[in-house]
Design a protein around this ligand. Structure first.
Ligand code: SF4
Length: 395
C-alpha cells in the first residue's frame, strides 16, 4: 500500500503548514519562507564547529550571539550569553558595539531584540522558519476582530490587554496601543495585578494556560472567572453575557511543547520515581500545574535546581534540550533530573536553528553579507516598545 493510498483510505489530509526539512527553498504557504541564499553547509560537514569558530573570530566584537535556553547544544556552545527571550533582548541592547545580533531562538524573540536594540544594530535569525506555534496562534487581524467583539459587547473600555512575551511584534503593538502591558512567565502575577488596577477585565494573549494559571494560582480567581476566546469561532464562541461576566478573557493559544504534558505524566513519574519533586513551567495545562510541587519560569527552574540538595530527585516539565542540559549539569552534584514525560518533547521550531544555519549566518556576515535580518517597522516598534516599557515599570 502506498502512502497516498493509506492517506486516502484513512481520510488523512497532510497538514497545510508541514515543516520543511532544514529549509533549502522557499515555501509560499509558510508565512516567512525558509530560503537561505547561498550555500547552506551540510549537517555532515566535519568542519562545522571550526567554521563557526573561525567566522565568529573574524567578526570579533561586531557580533553578539544570543542562545535561548531551549536551543540545541551544538548551537548553545557558540552563544555569548544564554537566557530567556527578554533577558537576551536586554543583553543585546547592553552591547551597542555589536553591530550584528545573531539570535539563536525563534522569530518573536528576534523581533523583541530588534525593538529593544538601537537602530544601528541588526538582528539576524539563522533560519527564518524558526517561528513559534504559540505566537502564531494570535494574528493582528484576529486580535483586531476580537477587540471589535469586545466593543460590541460594551466592555472594551473596561478591558486591559496583557500579552505574553511570546507574541509577535504586531500583538505587542496592539497591546501598547490599547493601554496594556507585556509580561514574562516570571512577572505575569505583577502584570495582572497592575492590569486589574487599570481596568476591570484582562484580555490575556496568546497563552491561555499562563493566563489561567496566574489568575487562579496567584490572584485567587476561580476557573469560572475565566473564559476562552476562540478566534476561529464567530464572536470568539462567547455570548456578550459571558464576556461581560468574565474577569479574564483568555486567548485560545497554547505552547505545543508544554501543552503535551498531562496529569498522567505527573502520576506516572511519581510512581516511577518515589520522592520525586515535580517542577513545571506555567505554560503547562492547569491540571499539570495543580498537580506539580513547584511552578515557575525557566530561570526559576534553573535556580530551584541550583539550590536543591544533593540526592534530591526532580521531574521537569519544560523543553527537552534544556532538561537534558540540566540533567547533565546537576548529575555531578548528585541531583537526579529527568524529563516529566516518557515521550520526546523538543520544540521543533527552536530546533530549526542548527549548526549548519548558524555557520551559514556567521560566514555570510563575516563575508559582508547581511542575511535573514529581522526588522520591525517603526510604527509597530513604537507601540510595542510602549507595552514593553510598561512592563519594565511594573512595581
Ligand atoms: S517552546 Fe513553545 S512557546 Fe517556546 S518557542 Fe517553542 S512553541 Fe513557542
Amino acid at each position: 500500500m502506498t502512502t497516498a493510498q493509506t492517506r486516502q483510505e484513512l481520510d488523512v489530509q497532510p497538514t497545510p503548514l508541514a515543516l520543511l526539512l532544514l529549509g533549502r527553498e522557499a515555501d509560499p504557504r509558510s508565512e516567512r519562507g525558509v530560503e537561505c541564499p547561498g550555500d547552506l553547509p551540510l549537517p555532515s560537514d566535519p568542519d562545522l564547529v571550526e567554521r563557526a569558530r573561525a567566522a565568529k573570530e573574524k567578526l570579533g566584537d561586531k557580533v553578539f550571539v544570543l542562545g535561548h535556553h531551549y536551543q540545541r547544544d551544538e548551537v548553545i556552545q557558540f552563544a555569548d550569553v544564554t537566557g530567556d527571550s527578554f533577558k537576551l533582548a536586554r543583553d543585546a541592547a547592553a552591547r551597542p558595539e555589536a553591530e550584528y545580533i545573531v539570535f539563536c531562538g525563534v522569530h518573536f524573540m528576534a523581533e523583541s531584540a530588534d525593538i529593544l536594540t538601537s537602530d544601528d544594530q541588526k538582528v539576524v535569525l539563522p533560519d527564518l522558519a524558526a517561528g513559534c506555534s504559540m505566537a502564531d496562534m494570535a494574528t493582528a487581524e484576529q486580535v483586531a476582530e476580537c477587540w471589535d467583539v469586545l466593543t460590541e459587547a460594551g466592555i472594551a473600555e473596561q478591558v486591559v490587554p496583557v500579552s505574553y512575551m511570546n507574541s509577535s511584534a504586531d500583538i505587542k503593538a496592539f497591546t501598547g496601543k490599547h493601554g496594556g502591558t507585556i509580561c514574562t512567565s516570571s512577572n505575569a502575577k505583577r502584570a495582572l495585578e497592575w492590569a486589574f488596577s487599570q481596568g476591570e477585565k484582562v484580555l490575556f494573549l496568546p497563552d491561555q494556560h499562563l493566563g489561567r494559571n496566574t489568575a487562579v494560582r496567584d490572584l485567587g480567581m476561580t476557573l469560572e472567572d475565566c473564559v476562552v476566546y476562540n478566534p476561529h469561532k464567530p464572536n470568539g464562541g462567547l455570548t456578550a453575557e459571558q464576556l461581560r461576566d468574565a474577569k479574564m478573557i483568555l486567548w485560545r493559544g497554547h505552547c505545543s511543547v508544554h501543552g503535551r504534558f498531562n496529569l498522567d505524566s505527573v502520576n506516572d513519574v511519581r510512581e516511577r520515581i518515589p520522592g520525586v519533586n515535580v517542577l513545571v513551567h506555567p505554560e503547562c495545562k492547569h491540571e499539570v500545574v495543580s498537580a506539580a510541587d513547584y511552578v515557575g519560569s525557566t530561570e526559576y527552574i534553573i535556580k530551584t535546581l541550583e539550590a536543591a540538595p544533593a540526592g534530591s530527585k526532580w521531574a521537569i516539565g519544560t523543553e527537552l534540550n534544556l532538561v537534558r542540559r540540566l540533567a547533565n549539569r546537576f548529575a555531578d552534584e548528585g541531583k537526579e533530573v529527568v524529563f516529566l514525560d516518557r515521550t520526546v518533547c523538543f520544540c521543533s521550531t527552536m530546533n530549526r536553528i542548527d549548526l549548519p544555519h548558524l555557520v551559514w549566518a556567521l560566514e555570510s556576515l563575516a563575508d559582508g553579507s547581511l542575511v535573514n535580518r529581522i526588522e520591525v517597522d517603526k510604527e509597530t516598534e513604537a507601540f510595542a516598545k510602549l507595552a514593553l516599557e510598561r512592563m519594565l515599570a511594573l512595581p
